[in-house]
Design a protein around this ligand. Structure first.
Ligand SMILES: [Zn+2]
Length: 69
């Protein structure tokens, strides 16, 4: 089960797998997966809920399960 995470920790993990900043939205920061097939939106909140951590993890589906923990 995913656990809530701090936004900066989520971004650190995204950068660690080689994801790159794509664009800043109103409420989300969008990152592109290094495979070129996936994108994910990180809410602009200090704390990211477990549910959102789970969906970010699923959106970057080319990475090994549990990459975002
Ligand atoms: Zn991917």
């Amino acid at each position: 089960m995913p656990k809530p995470m701090k936004r900066r920790e989520v971004i650190k993990h995204l950068e660690a797998i080689g994801a790159t900043f794509l664009r800043e939205g109103g409420e989300h920061t969008v990152y592109a997966c290094p495979c070129g097939q996936h994108t994910t939106a990180v809410p602009r909140h200090r704390e990211i809920t477990a549910g959102v951590v789970g969906s970010i993890q699923r959106q970057i589906e080319c990475q090994p399960k549990g990459w975002l923990q």
